[in-house]
Ligand binder design. Structure first.
Ligand SMILES: [Zn+2]
Length: 181
């Protein structure tokens, strides 16, 4: 993905429902990622007593491999001393603090207004929780849907690619390299 983005005049912005921070780990600048369901690398108060988030770096969970239970102390909120939790949106979760994701959203929307000829590459987005699919379809830009099981994307201006993500991305990158050579 980074190689493809590097060949585009306006680069790329990542919209992801993953919470693992792997796009940043892969080298995407943090200000070019929108983690719509939050991030496991940030903690918040479970209550919550405030909207404050902090890095989860200092929390080292020790889990009993037999019982699958945490045996080390639970993380606590530095403000009220109560229980802390990952800043990840769960089902029916009214305590999730969304400010960080909203800031990422604002950066994404600003990027979209600047980008010339935006298009989307959707990778393996599921139908069960269709957040990523709805986002891509709702923007109205040309969409390349890469999906082994459910590649159908409907409208004529979109492209269905029934491949795994890696094979499809390598193909797109090779095609871009040929065009620029
Ligand atoms: Zn608190």
């Amino acid at each position: 993905m980074r190689e493809i983005a590097a060949q585009l005049p306006d680069g790329a912005f990542v919209f992801t429902s993953n919470v693992d921070g792997h796009f940043q780990k892969a080298g995407f600048a943090p200000d070019t990622v929108w983690e719509v369901h939050g991030s496991i690398h940030h903690l918040q108060c479970a209550e919550p007593c405030s909207a404050h988030l902090w890095a989860a770096d200092g929390f080292e969970p020790i889990v009993d491999p037999v019982s699958c239970r945490l045996v080390s102390p639970l993380p606590t909120c530095p403000h009220c001393g109560g229980l802390a939790r990952p800043n990840i949106l769960m089902f029916g979760d009214y305590a999730w603090q969304e400010e960080r994701a909203l800031s990422q959203q604002a950066r994404c929307e600003a990027w979209l207004t600047r980008a010339r000829k935006p298009m989307l590459i959707e990778l393996g987005a599921g139908k069960a929780v269709a957040t990523v699919r709805r986002f891509g379809e709702g923007l109205g830009y040309p969409l390349i849907r890469i999906n082994l099981r459910d590649p159908d994307v409907g409208k004529a201006k979109h492209i269905s690619v029934p491949l795994g993500a890696l094979a499809a991305l390598e193909g797109i990158e090779a095609a871009l390299s040929c065009k620029q050579a």
